[in-house]
Design a protein around this ligand. Structure first.
Ligand code: ADP
Ligand code: MG
Length: 242
């Protein structure tokens, strides 16, 4: 279980998160919805241990192991993964070599021959309908917005975390890509029993994913938690009523 208890976070002198409580079991999908500037990305970055986000109170644990004092790479090694709202481009590092290096760092005891690893990357690219030549290109360089988001899903498939935070994986996707990404996430949950925290402010992807719980984040606090019916209520009335 990924457990977030009473999490307070500030950036510089500005308090952004004001006591977040969320618990996610393996194989569950939780959605966090909220208006711009509510603190959604701050929550994602804080979970991963970004040094610019200062925890001032609260606990984060994975399977009862406190991860607050761990570095991002240590959090990754015990099974945490974040996909970026705005994936960065890295010139001169191929997507394949990045995935290979990341996989080796996460699983030093598992030796996979390069040819076999390549095949698993090709298979993962296929899942999100990306051509296999993407693995030879520099990470995200010249990728369209939608291709960047799909490349994040390829990482999710290859790196096999226990818990994944997907920060606006749906923004910038056309309706076909959205369906492809949603189906890939459903498959990962089913096959690998990953627990998912999906951050979004659109309901569309949630109709595919059918989250177990929906949390509404406003001004750094969870103001409401419910099921898909809460999404419908937000669609109808907006965040203001919540
Ligand atoms: P969301 O993802 O919900 O749109 P964010 O977590 O990105 O919101 O941002 C929450 C608040 O924190 C916003 O008011 C934003 O301007 C502020 N913020 C985010 N990053 C920084 C930063 N590096 N310095 C100062 N303020 C920031
Ligand atoms: Mg954001």
């Amino acid at each position: 279980m990924l457990k977030i208890i009473n999490l307070h976070v500030q950036i510089g002198n500005k308090k952004i998160l004001n006591g977040i409580n969320i618990s996610i079991n393996s194989g569950e999908i939780h959605a966090v919805m909220g208006p711009n500037g509510a603190g959604k990305t701050t929550l994602a970055m804080s979970l991963m241990g970004h040094p610019g986000y200062k925890k001032i109170d609260g606990e984060i644990s994975i399977n009862n192991k406190d991860i607050i004092s761990l570095l991002p790479e240590e959090r990754a090694r015990i099974g945490l993964f974040v996909s970026f709202q705005q994936p960065i481009e890295i010139s001169g590092v191929s997507f394949l070599s990045f995935l290979r290096t990341a996989h080796k760092a996460l699983y030093p005891d598992i030796k996979i021959p390069l040819s076999q690893f390549k095949q698993s990357v090709i298979n993962a690219l296929k899942v999100v309908h990306l051509d296999e030549n993407f693995m030879q290109r520099s990470i995200n360089e010249g990728f369209s917005g939608g291709e960047k988001k799909r490349a994040e899903i390829v990482q999710l498939i290859i790196l096999q975390p226990k818990f994944a935070i997907l920060d606006e994986i749906d923004s910038g996707l056309d309706i076909d890509s959205l369906k492809i990404v949603a189906e890939a996430v459903i498959e990962v949950v089913k096959q690998q029993k990953v627990g998912i925290l999906i951050i979004t402010h659109y309901q569309r992807i949630l109709h595919y994913l059918k989250p177990d719980k929906v949390h509404v984040l406003i001004d750094g606090q969870i103001k409401s938690t419910g099921t898909i019916s809460l999404v419908k209520k937000i669609e109808k009335d907006g965040y203001a009523k919540i």
